[in-house]
Design a protein around this ligand. Sequence first.
Ligand SMILES: C[S@@+](CC[C@H](N)C(=O)[O-])C[C@H]1O[C@@H](n2cnc3c(N)ncnc32)[C@H](O)[C@@H]1O
Length: 209
Amino acid sequence: MTCCPPRGAEPFTEKLAARDLRRLRRRGLDATTLALAEAVAPEDGTVLEIGGGIGALHLELLRRGATRATNVELSPAYEGAAATLVEEHGAQERVERRILDFARDAELVEPADVVVLNRVVCCSPDVDGLVGAAAAHTRRVLGLTFPVDAWWTRLAARAMNAGARLIGWEWRFYVHPPSAIAAAAERHGLRRARDGRRRIWCIAVFERT
Ligand SMILES: C[S@@+](CC[C@H](N)C(=O)[O-])C[C@H]1O[C@@H](n2cnc3c(N)ncnc32)[C@H](O)[C@@H]1O
């Protein structure tokens, strides 16, 4: 199967999905994904992952005790690699994968106990819309990773976005202030429970009060 990512998701191709799958098999979960899985740590309940790519994070959350997972993804290019991975984990009955733009069509998606966005907020210009909709969908916990707000990540964003503009992509990389991310979550009744930082990625976990 070959399929093209839609406008705004141009980098997320079948080639990238195949690379993600090879990396996962060779090295296991990357440190940021593992840290987010540990930080949200569901012992039961349902998971909604937004922009989960090949699905490594929600499969890890199922392994740790979550009962079911739904993945909502903008790019259809991950579906082949994701299906292989779901089968390898014997999780066909517990994972639902949907192709849609969560920032636009969140009302088509059921709420879940735990909602996660791993390296997804940096793909959206609308932090309020995306994080707000994610926050509104969690019954218990919202966990996110997003780039550290620093001069060198903003510089990298400018360079990547100049390249993207040059080749005609709509996709852009955004470094949002952590305060804007927190405000979007808090407006929906969540409060900051834990946070952490790796080299490039911040981790923030919010809980429903
Ligand atoms: C940088 S990738 C991260 C993939 C995966 N979470 C990971 O950490 O390996 C960002 C993903 O978010 C998806 N995405 C971005 N905006 C989205 C939206 N509004 N709704 C659904 N998926 C979205 C993209 O298609 C892409 O797969």
